[in-house]
Ligand binder design. Structure first.
Ligand code: GP9
Ligand code: MN
Length: 641
């Protein structure tokens, strides 16, 4: 083969040979551009931080520098191979963004097939432009072939001490800058790289490469932390699980099948805390529509917030999987590959159409992968709604309720519709929200508590329209409607403002703890009052069984007993503390206190209950970690008919 000899000035200056340097500089630039454009695709959905580019540039420099220090003979194949693999990663992300509006995660490997509306094959997704992302690889190879022959010196040179020192310095500098950036981001939003609540947002802040490094680190941690599963573990887990199921009671008269054949509409309201219900400000009701819903409801009470670092997704998980949040990381992002046996799957088996609706991206909290795993047939997410009004993180509640109602009217019945609202999200001061909702908060203007009142007042107004629409369409009388808050809203550092608003001192621990409740309101057509337990406290984990009993199904799955069961049972929190009746027990501090009066109780009396709580959390964790749900549900017969 005849090569054209390139002019020397292209690769030699002042007696120095720059062929190799040009090779690696070109490779680094090409890689950087690939990540740069990928981050461009991602940031069409979330704002991009300029530092994300710096992080990706630093990574490209590090990767290429390391390759340039490898043994000469393997430098070329290693470099081209690494380029190919990184390009493949970029392409995988681009395809994921196209379909899921989300980035690829190691935790989701093999889950793509679960998403019902992804029917096209991967090849149909790829365009010619995508293949061009690999173009630098043959170009680099060609460059090497052409330039290697034109000098008696080898193309790839030996690593001298000077070169080693310069490259190491470059690596150290790049690594230092990246590490500092990642550290400050992780500090600003605590634990974000572990929980990965919004992968595109993480990517847009720390860069695509850093996102993948964090994702890989999480996967390694999870794998390394996974204990070997022994037969005795399975037996212990099964024993606890079955004991829990066996402890379920036959509900009191008037509960089982009170809403037989009806639809189920569950509305998870963002940050709806118990104190907001019935709250008046300046003589005006903050939530007039919710208050009316409460007045007409068959059950209106409160349950304790049991969520952990998964926030909204943990609330959904408690209600739909009947399991506790994950001990480490977030169940939704770590365990979407598991089999679940909760409410949606169960109702689907019973002939219900199961639909989840939420006006945010399908990738947020990994919902796009998690919902099919939980048994939802359809997920209506941001891409399915007409985005005609945005508040904060996604579609406004007004538009969300309006469009969801229109869809539900056409849904096959009976259905289970799970609706998650969004606009009343912390910090409650979205500009668009302020424009849409001016509650007149007086001297609470610009405070968290004041903004919260406005946000919840706005939610309440749109909730009212939704209920009116349900009534008009006849769906109200054909549906059980359950409304609850996903978790609390006001952080403890703002307790003083809340104290002022409510006119009571919230500074004591037990009183603050008692405030950590969210409302639970259930409307059953034609039922005035449900005989719910009065002595016991409950958590969101009680919902699956509660709702199934009303629909006439004896769901014997998950760790939550129903709210009609008044036998003393603990409301278990992820930390290992729990509430039994009105006593809050903190085994970590060996303390027990009456949550209503503040009276200290004798902790030693709670030894047995504490062991039960430990065993229950351990069983729930074991089920999650080792995907044991299918083995738990064997032989679970329905007792109530
Ligand atoms: C976004 C929303 C997140 O989809 O559900 O809420 P959060 O988990 O941050 O409370
Ligand atoms: Mn939430």
């Amino acid at each position: 083969m005849n090569y054209i000899t390139p002019p020397r000035y292209l690769y030699r200056r002042a007696g120095r040979d720059y062929r190799e340097l040009i090779f690696f500089a070109f490779m680094a630039a090409a890689l950087f551009l690939k990540f740069y454009f990928l981050e461009g695709v991602v940031s069409s959905r979330v704002p991009r931080s300029p530092l994300s580019m710096a992080a990706s540039a630093a990574f490209c420099i590090i990767a290429v520098s390391l390759l340039s220090l490898c043994w000469r003979r393997v430098r070329l194949p290693l470099s081209l191979g690494a380029d190919f693999l990184l390009t493949l990663l970029v392409l995988t992300d681009v395809l994921h963004m196209r379909f899921y509006s989300d980035l690829f995660s190691l935790h989701n490997i093999g889950l793509s097939a679960q998403v019902a509306d992804v029917s096209e094959s991967v090849t149909a997704l790829i365009s010619v432009k995508d293949v061009l992302r690999f173009a630098d690889i043959p170009l680099l190879y060609l460059y090497y072939r052409v330039f290697r022959r034109i000098s008696v010196h080898p193309f790839f040179r030996a690593v001298t001490a000077k070169r080693l020192a310069c490259t190491s310095l470059l690596i150290a500098l790049s690594a230092g800058v990246t590490a500092w950036h990642i550290h400050s981001y992780n500090r600003k939003i605590r634990g974000v790289l572990r929980s990965m609540w919004d992968r595109p947002a993480v990517c847009s802040n720390v860069g695509a490469v850093t996102y993948h490094l964090a994702d890989t680190w999480n996967a390694i941690r999870d794998l390394a932390g996974k204990q070997r599963l022994r037969q005795s573990d399975i037996e212990k887990t099964k024993e606890r699980y079955e004991a829990q199921i066996d402890s379920y009671r036959t509900p009191p008269a008037g509960v089982f099948g009170a809403a037989k054949g009806k639809n189920l509409i569950v509305i998870q309201v963002e940050s709806l805390q118990q104190f907001a219900i019935g709250l008046r400000f300046d003589g005006r009701e903050v939530t007039p529509n919710l208050n009316e819903f409460v007045r007409n409801a068959s059950f209106a009470g409160s349950v304790y917030n049991q969520t952990s670092s998964g926030n909204s997704s943990d609330a959904e998980f408690l209600v739909n999987a009947g399991l506790y949040p994950s001990a480490a990381g977030v169940a939704y992002t770590r365990f979407a590959g598991n089999s679940y046996d909760g409410l949606p799957k169960y109702l689907r088996e019973k002939g219900y159409r199961t639909v989840a609706m939420h006006g945010d991206k399908a990738g947020f909290w990994n919902r796009g992968h998690m919902y099919p795993a939980l048994g939802f047939e359809r997920f209506v997410s941001k891409k399915d709604y007409q985005i005609d009004e945005v508040i904060g993180m996604g579609l406004s509640d007004a538009s969300f309720f309006r469009q969801s109602l229109a869809m539900l009217k056409n849904e096959k019945q009976p259905f289970y519709a799970f609706l998650i609202t969004l606009s009343s999200h912390y910090p409650f001061n979205w500009d668009a929200l302020k424009k849409r909702a001016d509650f007149g908060i007086g001297d609470y203007k610009d405070t968290v508590v004041g903004n919260y009142m406005s946000a919840i007042h706005y939610l309440d107004r749109e909730f009212g329209s939704f209920i009116a629409g349900l009534k008009e369409s006849g769906l109200y009388d054909r549906s059980v409607i359950a409304v609850y808050g996903d978790h609390t809203a006001i952080p403890r550092w703002d307790a003083a403002a809340l104290s002022r608003l409510l006119g009571k001192d919230l500074s004591k621990d037990h009183i603050w703890r008692y405030m950590q409740r969210v409302p639970l309101v259930i409307s059953v057509p034609g039922v005035k009052a449900l005989p719910a337990g009065k002595k016991n406290s409950f958590g969101l984990i009680s919902l699956p069984r509660t709702l199934s009993l009303l629909l006439g199904f004896d769901l014997r799955r998950g760790f939550g007993a129903d709210i009609f069961d008044d036998t003393p049972r603990p409301v278990i929190f992820r930390s290992g503390s729990y509430i039994i009746g009105d006593v809050f027990v903190m085994p970590q501090n060996k303390s027990a206190v009456d949550i209503k009066t503040g009276e200290e109780k004798n902790f030693d009396e709670y030894g047995k209950m504490t062991s039960l709580v430990e065993e229950t959390l351990a069983a729930s964790d074991m089920i999650l970690e080792h995907d044991l749900m299918p083995r738990m549900s064997e032989n679970m017969k329905e007792a109530v008919r």
